[in-house]
Design a protein around this ligand. Structure first.
Ligand code: HEC
Ligand code: CU
Length: 351
């Protein structure tokens, strides 16, 4: 069979194809680091290691299985070419073979059962491992899915330590964080690939999961259950920092605006046009339809990761949210240029 195989291959694999294949391989190799930085890459974990180890393990086993099966298929195909063409069966007698060909089938069955069983047990063990955090969580948050943004509430047994923010979760490095998931409307799914698997947010039910970052960094998350028009623009970020930085951030989030005493033309516009839907703690603005804006400027993005939180984008968003995120629950408001500038100045002081 080898001469045939070699002849077949060299016919197919001319010099141009060889160069093309090697080139493709090199390009792939080169783009590996680029893909490692892709925001939703799940092959590089920053949380409990065993999940990414399982992913890699199953991936490698699957590749080996595909390669072996393809090899055997090639082998069987080429072997049958060696048979004399169109045998006339009536002139021939069946010659008993030295080895039992059915043994190959048994071997295949045993081997694939063993591989599948192994992978199943490994998966079960990993699932049991990640069911509970390695130690008692030090921080607990409640995440509420809305069409199409995330409400984040930091829970505490002391009510004065509870606060609400949106779309960006800060956590201390190395400490497990309990996450309670619920939904205000339809089913969403909480997914931060580097830190945990997916868990659904289901109306009328609280699902629990946990996250842990073993290094500092910003980890992108995404709603992973189709939830309507702007599902793709329902992103979130987990920002893992040192304990000290986390505490500083938390202290600042706990402050109300009145302590910074803001009173301006912009605030008047805000009270008239925005306060029905948005809260700014410490003021009369207590709407709960949209994100809490008390510390808007401490966030890096707006509209659930859709735009960077910079003045130009902020103006664009307020002037016409339906252009940025069609179907979003923030309507286009009747607001003139001067009011827009004033309200933006007001928002820019919310830090
Ligand atoms: C009818 C309710 C409603 C009104 C009125 C409203 N908003 Fe919103 N706003 C929302 C909703 C809902 C979102 C979340 C949109 C999304 O991300 O899909 C939002 C998002 C925002 C955001 C982004 C916040 C973040 O962290 O992502 C800003 C800033 C904002 N609104 C400012 C304003 C301003 C300023 C006004 C008044 C001129 C206003 N909104 C009026 C409902 C409203
Ligand atoms: Cu969603």
């Amino acid at each position: 069979m080898w001469p045939e195989l070699r002849a077949g291959l060299s016919g197919w694999l001319g010099p141009r194809r060889t160069i093309w294949l090697i080139g493709t391989f090199l390009v792939q190799l080169y783009s590996v680091p680029a893909r490692a930085n892709a925001p939703l890459n799940y092959l590089v974990g920053a949380g409990p290691r065993n999940v990414s180890t399982l992913t890699w393990g199953v991936l490698i086993i699957s590749i080996i299985v595909v390669v072996v099966i393809t090899g055997l298929l090639f082998f069987a195909t080429l072997k049958s070419w060696n048979r004399p063409a169109s045998p006339i069966w009536k002139d021939r007698e069946l010659v008993p073979r030295a080895t039992n060909p059915v043994a190959v089938v048994y071997a295949g069955l045993i081997l694939s059962t063993a591989v599948l069983l192994g992978v199943t047990i490994w998966t079960m063990m990993t699932l049991a491992d990640v069911a509970a955090p390695p130690s008692k969580p030090t921080v607990s948050i409640e995440v509420t899915g809305h069409e199409w943004w995330w409400e984040i509430r930091y829970l505490n047994s002391d009510p004065s330590q509870i606060f609400t923010t949106a779309n960006e979760i800060h956590i201390p490095v190395g400490e497990p964080v309990a996450v309670h998931l619920q939904s205000a409307d339809v089913i969403h799914s909480f997914w931060v690939p580097a830190l945990s698997g997916k868990t659904d947010l289901i109306p009328g039910q609280i699902n629990k999961t946990w996250i842990l970052a073993d290094r500092a960094g910003t980890f992108r998350g995404q709603c992973a259950e189709y939830c309507g028009l702007q599902h793709a623009h329902m992103g979130l970020k987990v920002i893992a920092t040192s304990k000290a930085d986390f505490e500083a951030w938390r202290k600042n989030q706990l402050q109300s605006e009145s302590e910074k005493s803001i009173g301006s033309a912009g605030q008047n516009v805000f009270m008239q046009k925005c306060a029905v839907c948005h809260t700014v703690r410490g003021t009369r603005a207590g709407g709960r339809v949209g994100p809490d804006l008390t510390h808007l400027m401490t966030r890096t993005t707006i509209a659930a990761g859709t735009l960077p939180n910079r003045p130009g984008y902020l103006s664009g968003w307020i002037a016409d949210p339906q252009h940025v995120k069609p179907g979003s629950k923030m309507p286009r408001l009747q607001i003139d240029g001067q009011q827009l500038a004033e309200v933006r100045t007001y928002l820019e002081a919310l830090n």
